[in-house]
Design a protein around this ligand. Structure first.
Ligand code: ZN
Length: 144
């Protein structure tokens, strides 16, 4: 393992142990979306406040592997206060990165730590679960 991979793993473990924006709140202005990844046992619910075409807030809760939980944590801090357009662009770049395509690394910021997941197809669903849920919410979908 090289230094960069080591650093990425460290960031993932930090976000797993101390997740940002974890825990749902009672507020019906937020839109909820639940998603699961049966192949790994990951379960996640996100709760998003969209106002003025901007993701004002995003919370998440659930249980899952370190990759799934860390990805939700990193996504929640990345999209907060970003416009819906920029958030959609982030989601698309993130899924392209998992497919091993060229991406806007500057835009992806800390989410770049999941780049190595592209080498482990079985873990792709873990990394993308929270992002797929956000995509659904932006599309106007809800399942809770
Ligand atoms: Zn998982």
């Amino acid at each position: 393992m090289n230094d960069l991979e080591n650093l990425y793993r460290q960031v993932i473990m930090d976000n797993y142990k101390n997740p940002k924006n974890k825990g749902l709140i009672e507020n019906d202005k937020y839109i909820k979306y639940h998603m699961s990844n049966p192949s790994c046992g990951d379960e996640i619910t996100i709760q998003v406040l969209i106002d003025d075409n901007t993701v004002k807030d995003l919370k998440h809760d659930g249980k899952g592997c370190s990759i799934c939980c860390a990805s939700a944590s990193i996504m929640s801090s990345l999209v907060k206060n970003k416009s819906v357009d920029v958030s959609t662009n982030l989601i698309n770049n993130f899924s392209d990165m998992l497919l091993g395509k060229e991406v806007n690394e500057e835009l992806l910021d800390e989410a770049i730590v999941f780049k190595g997941v592209s080498k482990f197809p079985a873990r792709m669903k873990c990394a993308s679960l929270a992002w797929k849920a956000l995509e659904k919410v932006i599309e106007g979908d809800t399942n809770e």
